[in-house]
Design a protein around this ligand. Structure first.
Ligand code: FAD
Length: 429
């Protein structure tokens, strides 16, 4: 029986095309070899990356690679890439690890960001902007759909994150960071409780990489914090479960972001329609995981059916994902380690927006890491500067938004007071 080396497989389907008995199936990001396989070996020859092996194959022993960097960043989302870029600009040697083979894909986002939150980090570029928006509308869905609030004049964008995320990583590389794709951190190098580096698995095997500071920017699925003993587990009430289609063939105002609130539509959360250019929109919703009677996808299908202008459209992409909407974590650092972005649960608890927060935290973490490394002290006490500066600025607002969310029970979230606060939090977009 042929087996698959998962770390190498690029899910290209070349093996499927040469199999004479239909024993190989490409299930999106999983290659399945079924019992029809009779070990002819044709797939081994067709594989461009050597990801298939005969059963009796034994992998050559992997020699641990010990290379020293100032900073190893785990995860090339907006948080990790901005961090890597800024740290490299500050003169640090930086390695940015990304487990996916293509940075930015698959997208797990509705892609909305306000102008003033974006421009401190990157100049807007039509190559990665799908739509410019200047209006927002909030509707409450109860017995019918009632428009409750409207705003005009604030500028924002619906990004094309598939490109945006990659451009940020390219900028990190241009600034001097080394970027590795299809390379997952699988653990930490620890010495007496102090983080000294990461263990990573790439197409060529396992590496041990030493550094002064590891930064976990590994998103909602983060493991870096827990590996260092930090508690990042989300209670269900602070986890938004989300589903979204890119709907094509619909008619909406291409400059307006629409929000829909209602216990039946999205318990504890909301639905959104973000324009993505002519006749297209990201149409999705998030439900509070402990309140939902069905899956987010189920709620989304029902919401679309209930809105005749959306029901006309066709889904051309399905996005699913989780958003942490809890309080600020009490601890974002350990000795030799910091957490950034979704990994640090730095998302806005009212809106679920986290792109800008991740970039802000990334820049802050780069500055603190550079200072700590220059001073020769990367202890938890020295890196706590990052926590303090976060809490003195953006983190303070996030804590306030969490308190606001808590003050209004899910039943009260269609009240005028909540809607006003929500409109402010979405920044008019
Ligand atoms: P991510 O963008 O998640 O990047 C983490 C990266 O780490 C990923 O590329 C991942 O592959 C990589 N990684 C993970 N583990 C490892 C490992 N072990 N080794 C190597 N790499 C690893 N925010 C907004 O601002 N506006 C929105 O409109 C919006 N809509 C959203 C809609 C949905 C459905 C969802 C799910 C989220 C939405 N968000 C939105 C939130 C936003 O997507 C995140 O807050 C943002 O992407 C966080 O950036 P990040 O860099 O922290 O993490």
């Amino acid at each position: 029986m042929i087996t698959v080396k998962v770390a190498r497989c690029g899910y290209c389907g070349a093996c499927v095309s040469v199999c004479p008995v239909g024993a190989v199936e490409l299930a999106e990001t999983r290659l399945i070899i079924n019992e029809a396989c009779f070990d002819c070996g044709l797939c081994l020859a067709a594989c461009p990356v050597g990801a298939l092996q005969a059963e009796d194959y034994t992998e050559a022993e992997v020699i641990p690679l010990r290379r020293g960097y100032d900073v190893v960043v785990v995860g090339a989302g907006p948080g990790g890439s901005v961090l890597a870029r800024e740290a490299a600009k500050l003169g640090l040697s930086v390695l940015l690890l990304e487990k996916r083979q293509e940075i930015g894909s698959p997208v797990r986002c509705a892609e909305g960001i306000a102008h003033e939150m974006l421009v401190p980090f990157i100049e807007p570029d039509p190559h990665w902007i799908s739509a410019e928006v200047s209006k927002a509308q909030i509707a409450v869905i109860g017995d019918g759909t009632t428009v409750a609030r409207q705003a005009e004049g604030t500028q924002g964008y619906i990004l094309e994150r598939r490109i945006f995320d990659r451009v940020l990583a390219e900028e990190a590389a241009q600034a001097g960071a080394q970027v590795m794709v299809k390379t997952a951190a699988t653990g930490l190098l620890l010495e007496d409780g102090v983080v000294r580096g990461v263990v990573a698995r790439g197409p060529d095997g396992t590496m041990e990489i030493e550094c002064a500071v590891v930064i976990g920017a590994d998103g909602v699925e983060s493991q870096v914090g827990p590996w260092a003993g930090l508690d990042t587990v989300l209670p269900l009430r602070d986890a938004m479960s989300c589903a979204q289609y890119l709907l094509a063939g619909i008619e909406i105002d291409p400059a307006c972001c629409y929000y829909y609130i209602g216990r039946q539509v999205a318990p504890g959360g909301y639905a959104w329609v973000f324009p993505k250019g002519e006749g297209k929109a990201n149409v999705g919703l998030g439900v509070q995981a402990d309140l939902a009677a069905n899956s987010a996808l189920n709620y989304l299908n029902r919401f679309i059916e209930s809105q005749s202008h959306l029901a006309r459209g066709s889904p051309v992409t399905l996005v699913v994902g989780g958003v942490p909407v809890g309080p600020v974590l009490p601890c974002l650092v350990a000795s030799g380690l910091m957490l950034v972005g979704d990994a640090a649960r730095q998302v806005d608890p009212l809106t679920g927006g986290g792109i800008a927060n991740a970039m802000m935290a990334g820049r802050l973490a780069a500055e603190v890491a550079a200072q700590a490394i220059a001073a020769g002290d990367t202890s938890a006490e020295a890196l706590a500067q990052y926590e303090q500066r976060w809490m003195a600025g953006r983190g303070h607002k996030m804590a306030r938004n969490y308190r606001l969310k808590e003050r209004f029970s899910p039943e009260q979230r269609s009240s005028p007071d909540f809607l006003r606060a929500f409109m402010v939090a979405v920044g008019g977009i």
